[in-house]
Every structure is written in structure tokens, then in C-alpha cells.
Design a binder for this molecule. Sequence first.
Ligand SMILES: Cc1cc2nc3c(=O)[nH]c(=O)nc-3n(C[C@H](O)[C@H](O)[C@H](O)COP(=O)(O)OP(=O)(O)OC[C@H]3O[C@@H](n4cnc5c(N)ncnc54)[C@H](O)[C@@H]3O)c2cc1C
Length: 333
Amino acid sequence: MDPFFYERPTELTRAAARAAEPGAMIYAGGTTMLDLMKHKVYAPERVIDITRLREPGLREIRRDGDLLVLGALVTMHQAAEDATVKAEAPAISESLWLAATQQLRHMATLGGNVLQRTRDPYFRDPSWQAVLTRNDPRDSGEPEGANRLGAVLGTTETFLASYPGDFAQSLAAFGATVEITGPDGARSLPFTDLHVLPADREAPDQVTRLAPGEIITAFRVDLSPATRRSTYIKVRDRSSYAFANASCAAGLAMEGETVADVRLGLGGVATVPWRATAAEEVLRGERPTDDAIKAAAEAAFADARTFHHNAFKVPLGQNTIRRALTVLRDMEG
Ligand SMILES: Cc1cc2nc3c(=O)[nH]c(=O)nc-3n(C[C@H](O)[C@H](O)[C@H](O)COP(=O)(O)OP(=O)(O)OC[C@H]3O[C@@H](n4cnc5c(N)ncnc54)[C@H](O)[C@@H]3O)c2cc1C
């Protein structure tokens, strides 16, 4: 690991100002940062540790009527275990429970979780920079190379590194908002605008729309019948301690026999946290029969682009959606 300056501010505005300086990076739980620094993928000159910031809202889970606010320094464990989260948005709790390990979940924060980078081997091993010519080696998988884990949605011909997180899929599904504070003040952003599709990136390394120094302070989720009747299904190579090959955060609200609201966020299959709006449209206002659910799952992957080793993700992703929606449809209430 390269040497760096370390700072642990207690005021949010100071942290934002320090983090905006060239070569600075924010550090929260450190469970991704430290790995990437050891691999020399990240080599910050300044590390700005935000875990001692005093603003109490950063560590709080708060319900205000039908609004759920999750502070960015809340740990994955804290949110997964929270009684309100479990009752009002079970998909959020489940997406966190099914991620990483107990030890990691106690260290890792929600803000850091959504900003984790791809697990693509070409990104995590900088020695590939020497051999790759067609891709940006830091954030993509080689189309004919080791692309089994690569995305099939939101790709370009050369960018297929998949977004690895779980929690983000429930935020995408539920139309969450991200609260941000930076050197120029506070603003908010729809969660699905936080990550930038590869085709829209102004620079190869522009993974999010955060400006230098901007710190995520909270996530806001509107609670509704669809968040209450929700689940997260994750399919992976082994049943624990592994990233998703395909996952689905789903929420369903019924009005009599028909679907009043349906929410679908997909993981493991896309380059960014993915809201499957085309699939939602297929089901809204319809009876959720097996055929209708199958049609919705197919619509979710209508634009899929597969590569040498990852075509399996299309049927796997479709089946994951079908399973999630079937579980919700057959639930009582
Ligand atoms: C072995 C292993 C298995 C894992 N399995 C899974 C899994 O199955 N599913 C899953 O979802 N995750 C998994 N993870 C990833 C883990 O969940 C993340 O490492 C963790 O959530 C990151 O949170 P952190 O607080 O440690 O972030 P850090 O490592 O501190 O930071 C991560 C990134 O976010 C930035 N950052 C952090 N907080 C903020 C903020 N508030 N505002 C702006 N920028 C910020 C940092 O600059 C850095 O770029 C796994 C990790 C490991 C090591």
C-alpha cells in the first residue's frame, strides 16, 4: 500500500472541503477501500475518515410518517436488524442480510455499500492494464475474456463490469432518494441517477454523479404497500459469502385481483443498480398469473446483450424475477 495522509474530521462541512482536495478519498467502514488500496487499484494521497462525524442523523434510522430515512453511516447490520425496516420494507433488510458476512456487516456502512466498485477481475487486478487494449482496464471485463460475472444489461460493446451490491437494488426498486452534502452545500438525487451508465460516462472512471468532496448523508425511501409486501431473492455460486449472479428486489401491491403497484430492482446482471421498469409496466393493472409474471420477466431482459460466458444470466435473471414475484403473489395479505 502506498503511504497517505490520514484525517478524521468531526464536522461534515470540513470533511467535504477536505475530501474535495486533489488526491483525497472518503473512508467509512473501509471494507472496500482498504482492499482496493492494498491491490493498488486506489492510491489516495489523503484518506478522509468520516466515521467520527458528529451529525447524529448520519447514524440514525428514522421513520417520519411514510418516509423512512437511513443515515449513511448506519451499518449494514444495524439496518438489516432494524424492526421498522424489517416490517415496512423487508426487501431492504433481506438485501443487507444476504450480503457479505456478519463481521463485514458490522463494519460496513450504507453509504459505502452503494459506492462499492465492481468485483470484475480486470478492475481489481491492475496488472491487466498492460494486456488490455480495447477496454478501460479499471472498470470493465474483456468481452471474450473472463466475463462470466459480467453484466448483460446496461453494457456497451466493451464495458460489462457488473455492479456487485445488494442493498442498492432495493433502493432502485423503491425509487429512493440520496441526500448529499458537498463543498457547495446540500442536494438530493434520485437513487437511480447516482450511478452512471457506461455509455453516459464523461470519463472512464466516472462511476457516479458525485462531485469531488460530496458525501452521501442519507437515503430516503417512501414507504407504501409495495415496500411492505417485498422481498429480496439472491442467486449465487454458493449460498453464503458470495456476490449475486442474479438478484431481484421486488415489491407488490394488489388491488383486489390486479396489480396496483410493482417494483423490481435487479442485481448481478447490470452495470449499475437496475430498475426493471419495462417489466413493471407489463404487470401493472394486470392479474399476476404465471404467464403474466413470465412475460414481465422476459420484458426485463428484452435489451440484454450477452458475452462469451455470461448468457446464462438471462434465464437466471428471468427465473429470479419469477421466483420473487411468485413468492409475493402467494403471500397472504
Ligand atoms: C469478502 C467480501 C464479501 C462481500 N460480499 C458482499 C455482498 O455479497 N453484497 C454486497 O452488497 N456487498 C458485499 N461486500 C461489499 C461490502 O458490503 C462493502 O465493502 C461495504 O458495504 C462498503 O462499505 P464501507 O463503509 O466499508 O465502505 P468503504 O470501503 O469505506 O468505502 C467504499 C467507497 O465508498 C466511498 N464512501 C464511503 N462512504 C461514503 C459516503 N458517505 N459518501 C461518499 N462516499 C463514501 C469511499 O470513498 C469508497 O470509494 C463484500 C465485501 C467483502 C470484502
